[in-house]
Write a protein that binds this ligand. Structure first.
Ligand code: IMP
Length: 238
C-alpha cells in the first residue's frame, strides 16, 4: 500500500515563481503529489553546459526531505535567436538568463535607451531587476525584425537511493514584443513575451498578461513536468 510520503517530491529550487507554478500545475490536475522544499540547501553553483546538466547538478546537491524520496530540479531560461553569440553566450542569454546583465552593463545599456525606466522590482541573483532584464533584451534587439525566441526547460527527477535520473528538455516558441513591457503576472521575461501559434503568429497578450492557470497550460515548465510524471508513472507501473 502507498504511504502519504510516497507522493512527496523534494523540489530543488530557491525560485518562488517556479515553485508556485509547479504547485498550481499539480493542483489543477488534482494530483496527489506534494512538493516540499529542503530549506537547508544553500546556493548551488550551476556549472553544467546544458539546461539538463544544470538541473541534474541541482537535483544531486539536494537531499530529499523524505528518506528514499525523489528530488525534482529544473534549469530554465530564454533563448533569443537574433542575439545568438552575444557576449560569448550561445545561445543568448540561455544558461545565463538570470545573470547576463551585470549592474555595470545595465547602466551603460539602459541609461540612454530608457532614462525614465520603471522602478526596480525584485532583484535577480546578479543584482539587477527583472524589469531591467526585460529592458536589456528590448534594447539589444532594437528595431530588429527577427523577434523569435524560446523559453527552454531542462528537468530532472532524481532518486539518490537507487541512482535513477529521469530527464527531459522542453521548449515553447515565443516572440519578443516591441514597445514597453506589459502585464504583472508571472516573473522574469514574461512582460515582454508573446506566445506563437502553430503558424508562428504571435499572440496579442504578453505572458505576464495571462492568468497563472493560462500560463500553466502552455509553459515550458508544465510541459517538462508532464513528460517527467508520465515517465515516472511508466517506471513505477513496471
Ligand atoms: P534559473 O533556472 O534559476 O537559472 O533561472 C532561469 C531564469 O530564466 C529566470 O530567472 C528567468 O529570468 C528566466 N526564465 C525561466 N523561465 C521563465 C519563465 O517562465 N518566465 C520568465 N522568465 C523565465
Amino acid at each position: 500500500m502507498k504511504q502519504d510520503t510516497d507522493f512527496i517530491i523534494t523540489l530543488a529550487t530557491r525560485n518562488e515563481g517556479k515553485r508556485r507554478e509547479l504547485e498550481r500545475w499539480l493542483h489543477q490536475r488534482h494530483s496527489p503529489i506534494r512538493l516540499a522544499l529542503n530549506e537547508s540547501v544553500g546556493e548551488i553553483e550551476e556549472t553544467g553546459s546544458t539546461f539538463v546538466e544544470n538541473a541534474l547538478i541541482k537535483a544531486q546537491a539536494t537531499p530529499p526531505v523524505v528518506p528514499g524520496g525523489w528530488v525534482l530540479a529544473e534549469d530554465s531560461g530564454l533563448v533569443v535567436d537574433a542575439l545568438e553569440g552575444l557576449y560569448g553566450l550561445s545561445p543568448f542569454p540561455g544558461l545565463k538568463s538570470n545573470r547576463w546583465l551585470t549592474p555595470a552593463l545595465r547602466d551603460t545599456l539602459l541609461a540612454q535607451a530608457y532614462p525614465n525606466r520603471m522602478p526596480l522590482d525584485r532583484m535577480t541573483d546578479g543584482g539587477v531587476s527583472n524589469t531591467d532584464l526585460c529592458y536589456g533584451i528590448l534594447t539589444l534587439l532594437g528595431q530588429n525584425a527577427n523577434r523569435s525566441a524560446q523559453y527552454c526547460c531542462g528537468m530532472v527527477l532524481w532518486n539518490p537511493a537507487d541512482g535513477v535520473a529521469i530527464k527531459t528538455m522542453e521548449s515553447v516558441a515565443l516572440w519578443v514584443i516591441e514597445g514597453e513591457p506589459r502585464g504583472t503576472h508571472g516573473f522574469g521575461y514574461d512582460p515582454i513575451m508573446l506566445l506563437r501559434d502553430d503558424r508562428g503568429e504571435p499572440s496579442q497578450h504578453t505572458i505576464a498578461e495571462l492568468s497563472a492557470d493560462q500560463k500553466n497550460q502552455i509553459s515550458h515548465r508544465g510541459k517538462a513536468f508532464q513528460a517527467i510524471l508520465a515517465a515516472l508513472a511508466n517506471q513505477t507501473s513496471q
